[in-house]
Ligand binder design. Structure first.
Ligand code: HPA
Length: 249
C-alpha cells in the first residue's frame, strides 16, 4: 500500500481529526507491538498513517515507548516519511510556551533505550550518517506548509532529548543551554535515529508546552505547573490539523 506520510502524535495529540476512510490496524513487528493501533486514512487524496506515541490514553511514558516497533510499523505499512509531533520545554528566549518549532539538530541525553535496529546478535552493524538528523526536504515542506497556512513556526533549533519522565533540574537545563540545546523533550530520540536507519525521511514539529526549568533566564524560575503545560499544549496543538492539511494539500 502506498502511503504519503506517517504522523507520530505526542502528548496531547492522540488522533488525527479530519481523516477520511479511516481504518485501524494493529501492527505486529519483529520488535513487538507498536504503542497503539495505527490509524490509516486519507486527507486531501493522500494516504496517511497516524500513531499515538504514548498510546491513546497516554499510558506509555517516554522511557518505555517501544520506539523500534513504532518506527518499524510505520515503515512496514509503506510510509516513506514520518513527522514526529513532540511536546517540549523551551530553553531559548524566543521559544516560549505555545511556540511551534521545526528543529534542525539533536543532542541525545537519554539512556537505557534501545537505539538501533542493529541490536540482535549477528545483525549487520550499520553506522548510519546522522550529521543532519532531520530530513532537509521534509523540514522544508513543513515550513512551506506552515507559511501557506499562516501558522508561525520557528525554523531550526537544537532538540535535547532527556530520559524523563521527570522534568529537568535548573542545573541540567543550564548545562543543556551551554551545550547548545534550544528545546528539551523526552521522545525525540531514538525515534529520529531509527527512522534514519530505515531510510525514512523524518522531521519533528516541536510544540512548546512550558519554559524549561530555570527559563527564561533572568526571571525568578517558576515551578512548572502541569495544568499550565496542558493549557499551552492544547493551544499549540490546535495548529497541527491545519498544518498537516497544508502539508498534504
Ligand atoms: N522537559 C522535558 N520534556 C518536556 C518538557 C520539559 O520541560 N515539557 C514538555 N516536554
Amino acid at each position: 500500500m502506498k502511503l504519503d506520510l506517517a504522523i507520530i502524535g505526542g502528548t496531547g495529540l492522540y488522533d488525527f481529526p479530519g481523516l477520511e476512510k479511516v481504518e485501524k490496524r494493529v501492527v505486529e513487528t519483529p520488535y513487538g507491538l507498536a504503542s497503539d493501533a495505527v490509524t490509516l486514512g486519507e486527507l486531501g487524496g493522500k494516504r496517511v498513517a497516524f500513531l499515538a506515541r504514548h498510546a491513546s490514553g497516554h499510558s506509555i511514558p517516554p522511557h518505555r515507548i517501544n520506539y523500534r516497533a513504532n518506527v518499524w510499523a510505520l515503515h512496514s505499512l509503506g510510509a516513506p516519511r514520518a513527522l514526529g509531533i513532540n511536546a517540549v520545554g523551551g530553553i531559548r528566549a524566543d521559544l516560549g510556551p505555545r511556540v511551534l518549532a521545526v528543529p534542525d539538530q539533536i543532542i541525545d541525553y537519554t539512556h537505557g533505550r534501545i537505539t538501533s535496529f542493529c541490536d540482535a546478535e549477528g545483525a549487520k552493524v550499520e553506522h548510519v550518517d546522522f550529521t543532519e538528523p532531520y530530513s532537509a526536504s521534509l523540514r522544508a515542506d513543513v515550513l512551506a506548509a506552515a507559511k501557506r497556512a499562516g501558522i508561525a513556526v520557528v525554523d531550526g533549533g537544537c532538540y535535547g532529548a532527556t530520559q524523563g519522565p521527570r522534568l529537568e533540574t535548573c542545573a541540567e537545563i543550564a548545562r543543556m543551554r551551554r551545550d547548545g540545546c534550544d528545546l528539551v523533550g523526552m521522545t525525540g530520540m531514538p525515534e529520529a535515529a531509527l527512522a534514519r536507519e530505515l531510510k525514512m525521511d523524518y522531521a519533528c514539529v516541536a510544540l512548546v508546552a512550558n519554559w524549561a526549568a530555570g527559563c527564561p533566564l533572568g526571571d525568578a524560575a517558576p515551578e512548572i505547573s502541569l495544568p499550565e503545560i496542558f493549557a499551552h499544549l492544547q493551544a499549540a496543538t490546535a495548529n497541527i490539523p491545519p498544518l498537516l492539511s497544508a502539508l498534504l494539500a
